[in-house]
Structures are given as C-alpha cells and as structure tokens.
Design a binder for this molecule. Structure first.
Ligand SMILES: [Fe+2]
Ligand SMILES: [Fe+2]
Length: 269
C-alpha cells in the first residue's frame, strides 16, 4: 500500500475573500492526494471548525490536522480542543492528531502529531518586545499576559503538553514503522524557525519554537537510528528545511497572505 498526502499549512481562511475561498476548495477537490495533512492556523478560532467541516465534506478523503494559535482566537484552548475532538467524532474522515494515537498511512509510514506551542525556551525571552495577539485573543494566555513569569510558565506548560503526547505516541510509531511523519504547528527547533529565508531571530524565537517537542524528537531519533523522522510544521510563514540529525529533518511551510497553496505532495510507501 502506498499513497500521497497533500500538506497544507496556515491557510488562514479568515483572510480570504469568497473568490479566494472558492479557489482553495477547487484546489482541494481536484487534488490527486489520498489524504491531507494540515498543520494549523486554519482560520480564526470561531470559524476554524466550520471550515474543517466544509473541507471534510468536500474532500471526502482523510484529513489529518493539528490546530495553530490562530485557531484558538476568541475562545479558550481547552474549549476549542474539546470541540475539535467532538467534530472528529461526528465526521469520520477528520482526525485531530493531538488527541489521536498513531495513524498508519501504509505498511512503512505512520503519522503522529500535536498542535505544539511557542514555549519561550528559545531566543531572548527575557527581553523580547514582541507581544503576539495570542496574549489578548486566547483565554488561557490573557489571564497571565501581564506577568512575564506567569506567561512563561503557561507557555512552557503548553509546550510540555505537546511533548508529553509525542513522548507517548512516538515510541509506538518508531517501533513499528520505518518512516514517521510528525505534524505540528510550531517549529520544534530554532534551526527550523524560518522567516524570509533566514532564522526568525532572537526576539521572535520565544514564540516561534517549541523546544519541548524538539527535545523529545531528538531523543527518539537517537534511540531509533534506523528510522526516519520527517516533521511538517508552519506558524512562521517562512519556508525552509532543517536537517537536525541524520534521521531527523524538519520541513517548515511558508504562507503567502491570501494565497494558500499545497506545500508539498508527500509520497509514502
Ligand atoms: Fe499562521
Ligand atoms: Fe501560527
């Protein structure tokens, strides 16, 4: 059994005109892929699940997704994750990787994933002047936005949740399959945090890298040198590729404003 997966990231439906949305649906529907992998920032939180529903009904093939920070805007992380799980219970071709186990794509390839979060463990978190809109838009972050230590603790907790999930599913994936695809929203290594062809830089890295996930990925890649791990992520809107070690590489997907494109057609055997 072999096949292809169309990888999308950061489509940001909330920014698209009607004509642009129609074009995206047209692209999805004519895709030759057997499934789609979406690495977050689908839309503004209040509309994300509606777009997922429409995509699932139109695409009629499996859609595996994680959520990005924008997908939680106007709501809470806990509520949106619960709603995403409930939607997946209703639509059988929709799979939220943050709450699923391993997904076998073929006899050799398996998919796992989690939203991830910029966990303030990379870059100059003490002096960064960046105030991402997340701090106003997402309930759990608004509560601690004015206290840097409390914010750091909350963001680290979110990174740790992602790392714990991957720490549970990766050993099973690596024990049973040769190729492991990991879908996540936030780049898990500073080397994979791209913006306009360069590293996103010290002031952005606290929010543009989930090091807790990176630490788990590196450790598991070292434990299974005969397996290949490929990470798909987005968030920074800059395209790039980083080879972290011999059997671990990270593809970061770019996003042009109002022009979502398939990042890659990924072939698996
Ligand atoms: Fe985005
Ligand atoms: Fe994002």
């Amino acid at each position: 059994m072999s096949g292809t997966a169309a990888w999308w990231t950061d489509p940001h439906f909330e920014l698209l005109s009607q004509a642009e949305r129609r074009q995206v649906f047209h692209t999805w529907n004519r895709s030759p892929a057997d499934c789609a992998i979406v690495t977050g920032d689908i839309s503004h939180g209040s509309t994300t699940l509606g777009w997922l529903r429409q995509l699932a009904e139109a695409f009629a093939r499996p859609i595996y997704f994680v959520l990005g920070n924008h997908d939680f805007y106007g709501t809470s992380i806990a509520a949106q994750r619960l709603a995403a799980r409930e939607l997946c219970g209703e639509l059988e071709n929709l799979v939220y990787l943050s709450s699923s186990g391993v997904v076998s794509l073929s006899s050799a390839t398996v998919l796992v994933g989690h939203d991830g979060w910029g966990d303030m463990r990379e870059g100059d978190w003490q002096h960064t002047w960046i105030r991402p809109p997340d701090l106003n838009e997402i309930e759990e972050l608004r509560e601690v936005a004015h206290d840097r230590s409390a914010l750091q603790a909350r963001l680290r907790q979110l990174g740790d949740e992602a790392a714990e999930h991957l720490g549970r599913v990766l050993p099973q994936a690596l024990a049973g399959w040769e190729q492991v695809i990991v879908a996540t929203h936030v780049p898990p290594f500073r080397e994979a945090s791209w913006y306009e062809g360069e590293n996103s830089g010290e002031v952005w890295l606290p929010f543009f890298c989930c090091r807790a996930v990176g630490d788990v990925l590196r450790a598991e890649a070292e434990r299974y040198p005969g397996r290949q791990l490929s990470v798909l992520c987005g968030h920074c809107h800059g395209t790039g590729e980083a080879q972290i070690c011999e059997n671990l590489r990270v593809l970061t997907g770019g996003a042009e404003p109002c022009s979502p494109q398939v990042q890659r057609l990924i072939e698996f055997v």
